[in-house]
Every structure is written in C-alpha cells, then in structure tokens.
Ligand binder design. Structure first.
Ligand code: SF4
Length: 357
C-alpha cells in the first residue's frame, strides 16, 4: 500500500491529481483546502459537506495530521510553546515523559506582540550544528522534518484555545533550515500561498548560522523571504569556538554571499548576535562587529543569552549589553536589543529541546 499523502504538503494541483486517482471529483480538492486552511478542521468527520463514501476513501489515502501536541505551556508574557510528537506509533497515546519518543519530538513557539503573532517553527528534529550555547543541538540531528511537518506546526499553534491568526514565521526553532533547504523552501511556498495561510514573503524569515553556498541558493528562490544570519561572533577564531560548522566558511565568504544577496534581492540582511557573558561581549568585539555589519549593510539584533541547564554560558548583565549596543550605534550600525520572550517556559532563543521542560 502506498504511504498516505500528508495534506499539509500538497498544492492544489497535487490534491486534484490525488482526487483523480481516487476517482473523486476535482472540487473535493478545493473543499479539503477550505476545511484545513479556512476553518482549521483536520477531522474528516467534521467535514460535513463530504459524503460518507468520499470520507472513507480519503481516510485511507490521506494523513490530515502527522503530529500530536504532547504538551502546551503558556508564559507570563503571552508566549506559548507546544511540544509535538511526530508519527507516534498508532497503538499508544504519546506519554509526556517517554524517553523513547525524544527523537520524534520538536518544539514550536508562538510569540505575540501588539500587531504580530509570530510562529517560531522547527525545521529538523535536533540539530547537526551543535552550537555551544544551544539546547537544540545537544545530541545532534535525529532527522529532517518534511515540508508538511513544518507547515503543520502552524496549524497546531492556530488550534490553541484563544489563538489568533499567525502573521509572521521565523525559522528559528530547532534545526538549521538551510541544511534541510528543499523541505524548507517547499514549506515556505505553502505558508505563503493564498490558498493556504497567505503569510507575506517578507514576513517569513529564514535564519541560518551561515552556509555561503546555501545563501547563494536562496538568492534564486522564487519567494522573496527575509534572511537573518546568526553570526554570534565578530571574527573567525571565536566563531569557530562557538559554532562547529563555522570551520567550513569564513566571515569574508559570508560577507561575499550576503553582498550578492543584497545586489540580487535589494533586501538587507539582519545579523543575529547572542551575547554570551564574558565570551563575545567585550568592547573590542562590538567594534569588530560594527565593521562586519557596515560591510554587509546589515542591521543587528542583539539577544541576551538565555541560560540552558548543562551548558557553560551565562547571561550578560544589562549594563554591558547597553554599552555593547552603544558602541555599535556610534559605529553607524542600526542595532536593536531583542526582548527575551518566553524565558519562564524555556521557549526563548536557544532553549528549545526534544522534551517537555
Ligand atoms: S543555534 Fe541554531 S544552528 Fe546552532 S545548534 Fe541551535 S538550532 Fe542548531
């Protein structure tokens, strides 16, 4: 028997082909899209305009969801986090503290502000990069998520009680998105499509630790997304200490790739810089970073480190963060300190894991 088709990775034309194979009318494809994306309904029994025999045929041929929300946590600042278990064995309900399920789980976060509801989605289970400050990379990569599993995370966030519509997407959850580029690009096409969630291209940010060849591929991607480069160090020596994959590229090569990105797309790059107390937050680091940011015409987001149990880094104090920002500003760089959201439920940057915390 062929594997069921996952609705969250289908385009309208994929669905119409499937309806043809199932000897169903093409308009059933449109009805399914309306239920799933228009009404958030993934339970065939609730799709009341489909006949029973149509539903029976679809039940055998399609998966509507492949993930189960195992836990949900709400932070005091309104941030919400869900732990999703993928492809759980049909025989059992997922158990919260099941160590055997660790390699099937990812976390997804919803960050609300006045005007936005941002979904921070995962692209891989675990992460192959292993940055020294990040919980997601502990234990390495388990596997890539499919495009459908990436899109389905947005569905689960929108199903939370009192949830508002997601307006923005950031690929800053578990995983290095450009190490799973083909699934990420397919997911972006669906998230952006008017028949699905219709999220504007500029409201979708792909964040990478910096793979110059993959950034070049992104220049040719047909959806004009926003690019964020997680630099975290202003020179190659320190970058290689913090980000193991930095040994495969230099900051000069990244400068080149980002310059071409700017020439081709006309869009500025944002540099993400996690400030680790006593490691990359000295004034000479700020001066070096100002030089890099000016060469890239990049804006800089400073992120105060969020502590992770078992990792050696500490959060810098407010005064040193402000003085780091001042040096960048005086160096002519557009720089912001990003608010840490969801710290009390370990949903902040670098804190996402495979398990419930
Ligand atoms: S910071 Fe990003 S690239 Fe580095 S280990 Fe964490 S998820 Fe992976």
């Amino acid at each position: 028997m062929p594997e069921p088709t996952h609705i969250f990775e289908c385009t309208p034309s994929d669905l119409r082909d499937l309806m043809d194979e199932l000897r169903l009318k093409p308009f059933v494809a449109d009805q399914l899209l309306k239920w799933v994306y228009g009404h958030g309904v993934t339970d065939l029994d609730q799709m009341t305009n489909l006949s029973e025999s149509t539903r029976d045929r679809l039940r055998e041929a399609m998966d509507f969801t492949r993930g189960t929300v195992v836990t949900r946590q709400d932070a005091s600042d309104g941030t919400r986090k869900i732990l999703v278990e993928w492809d759980a064995p049909a025989s059992s309900l997922p158990l919260i503290d099941d160590p055997a399920a660790r390699d099937r789980r990812t976390e997804t976060v919803m960050i609300p502000t006045d005007r936005r509801r941002t979904a921070c989605v995962s692209s891989q289970i675990g992460c192959p990069v292993g940055c020294t400050f990040c919980a997601s990379g502990i234990g390495g990569l388990d596997r890539n998520l499919t495009a459908g599993q990436i899109v389905e995370q947005v569905h689960h966030l929108q199903q939370l009680p009192d949830a508002d519509r997601i307006t923005n997407i950031v690929f800053m959850g578990m995983g290095e998105p450009l190490a799973n580029a083909s699934a990420v690009f397919d997911a972006v096409r669906i998230l952006n499509a008017s028949w699905a969630y219709g999220i504007g291209a500029r409201r979708i940010t792909i964040s990478t630790v910096g793979l110059p060849a993959a950034i070049r591929k992104l220049e040719h991607f047909d959806i004009p997304v926003t690019l964020a480069l997680s630099l975290h160090a202003p020179n190659d020596k320190l970058r290689r200490q913090l980000i193991p994959w930095a040994e495969y590229s230099t900051i000069d090569e990244l400068l080149d790739a980002c310059d071409t990105w700017f020439q081709k797309t006309g869009r500025e790059v944002t540099l993400e810089y996690i400030l680790l107390g006593g490691v990359n937050d000295r004034s000479d680091h700020a001066e070096e970073l100002a030089h890099v940011a000016r060469s890239m015409r990049a804006n800089v987001n400073l992120i105060r480190y969020n502590e992770v149990d078992g990792l050696p880094h500490r959060r810098p104090d407010d005064q040193s963060v402000r003085s780091f920002q001042r040096i960048l500003r005086n160096g002519g760089v557009n720089v912001h300190i990003r608010a840490s959201r969801g710290r009390d439920i370990a949903a902040a940057c670098g804190q996402l894991r495979h398990e419930s915390t």
